[in-house]
Write a protein that binds this ligand. Structure first.
Ligand SMILES: Cc1cc2nc3c(=O)[nH]c(=O)nc-3n(C[C@H](O)[C@H](O)[C@H](O)COP(=O)(O)O)c2cc1C
Length: 191
């Protein structure tokens, strides 16, 4: 069966380095027969500024966020995908806020039973991929850490391509042409 791959592109730039990385990945997995969707998280319409910690999602058996906005169907797609790819640029040593807004809404894809000390999630066993770039060569390890910890916590496989010295928006093809091959290799591995 074709692998389902969901790419969450957290850059506000349509033709920037993040979008280029997401496109390289998407073209490669599609050539292997995967079903791919790219969601530009900066252009989703939200009713709230991120997760509002209402915890209503924890009162129902369904893995869905109670805030009925553009994030809701994307979260459903995350639960159905074989691999979730987070693509972001480095914003002051972390991921972009535009990606973090939806990342925190993943809270609704976990069910905790604090008395029993258990957690269940449909994300378990899936693959998480991080694609990130930065202008300089400091800070991508800091950006990566929350993704690594979340993948470990969730029992997901984790892969990343971190591209330092990628230049300003759109320069990655010129400044780090080697990154295309790395992304294509990873895409083949995922499929
Ligand atoms: C608000 C902002 C903060 C940034 N912070 C950093 C940073 O801390 N370190 C760094 O190396 N590059 C930083 N950059 C540069 C971008 O991460 C880098 O150029 C990236 O490849 C651009 O991706 P894009 O084309 O998808 O926007 C920053 C850029 C912006 C706009």
């Amino acid at each position: 069966m074709a692998k389902k791959i969901l790419i969450l592109n957290g850059s506000p730039k349509k033709d920037g380095n993040t979008s280029i990385m997401a496109d390289w990945f998407s073209t490669a997995v599609r050539s292997k027969g995967a079903e791919v969707e790219i969601v530009r998280t900066a252009f989703l319409k939200y009713k709230t500024l991120g997760c509002i910690s209402c915890r209503k999602c924890q009162e129902s058996d369904r893995y869905e966020c109670c805030i009925d906005d553009d994030a809701k169907p994307v979260l459903t797609k995350m639960a159905e995908a074989d691999a979730i790819v987070f693509a972001t640029l480095l914003y002051f040593f972390g991921a972009s806020a535009q990606l973090k807004l939806i990342f925190d809404r993943m809270f609704s894809l976990y069910k905790w039973d604090n008395d029993a000390g258990t957690m269940q999630t449909p994300l378990k066993g899936k693959t998480m991929v991080l694609l990130a770039s930065a202008f300089e060569d400091i800070g991508l390890d800091a950006l990566e850490k929350p993704f690594v910890l979340t993948a470990e916590y969730t029992d997901m496989k984790f892969e990343s391509i971190l591209v330092a010295n990628a230049g300003v928006s759109g320069e990655i093809s010129k400044k780090r042409p080697d990154s295309k091959e790395k992304i294509e290799k990873l895409a083949m591995k995922i499929c």
